[in-house]
Design a protein around this ligand. Sequence first.
Ligand code: ADE
Length: 260
Amino acid sequence: MKFDVLTLFPEQISSFFSESITGRALKDGLLQLNTVNIRDFSKDRHNSVDDYTYGGGAGMLMMPGPVYDAFESLKVRPGTRVVYTTPVGRVFDQSYAEELAKEDEIVFICGHYEGIDERVIDKIVTDRISIGDYVLTGGELPALVIMDSVSRLVPGVLGNGESGADESFQDHLLEYPQYTRPDKWLDMEVPEILLSGDHAAVDEWRLEESIRITRKLRPDLYEKWAASHEEYFIKKEKKARKEAEKERKRLKKLANTENL
Ligand code: ADE
């Protein structure tokens, strides 16, 4: 996977990306990062890339020319996804990350000031992406967020011990809580079932925790999950009925022995 990032602050991108898991993937050649400084494509002697907004209003806007020339310098294959990070965009989520991870090259354009002249966005951008309903000072952090979540879906980027399976948002559920040693810390203990060695019981506990937490913290996600997991509720109802029947039999037996 190759990322090209058009930005006024290339070091912000490269310094974050060259550390930790993404840094290792760069060294291993699984990822490639190419940053381009938009300012290098300024046409005037002050190296300016922004100007006042037509129609008035506070703040400056990035001019279309330097952004376009920076993009053209990449010479990417026609059809390459070109992402503009902006609060006025489709909200990013795990399924969007999965969609982008299928590409082999993605271009990011990071805006600053009040944004970028609309004409160059209309001309070259394929995806306007927001990372949430709040406003940041620039598009670098959103680009890094998107690149990070896409990178970990690229085969080989996560090591064996860093498996992406079973994690939050898989199938709309949030991840269950996890624990490591020591089994007793301060006055808190690891849930007993996790020490039992009973894998089926552990799986069931984890699923129940995921459902409970999702329902409490993200009712919107819970509704999506519940709508596509009718079989879970049927199974649960069957189990409850079986247990009620067992209890009824136990009480009947008890009454019979008392009557003897
Ligand atoms: N630029 C500024 N704020 C942003 C946001 N929330 N998402 C994407 N790009 C942005």
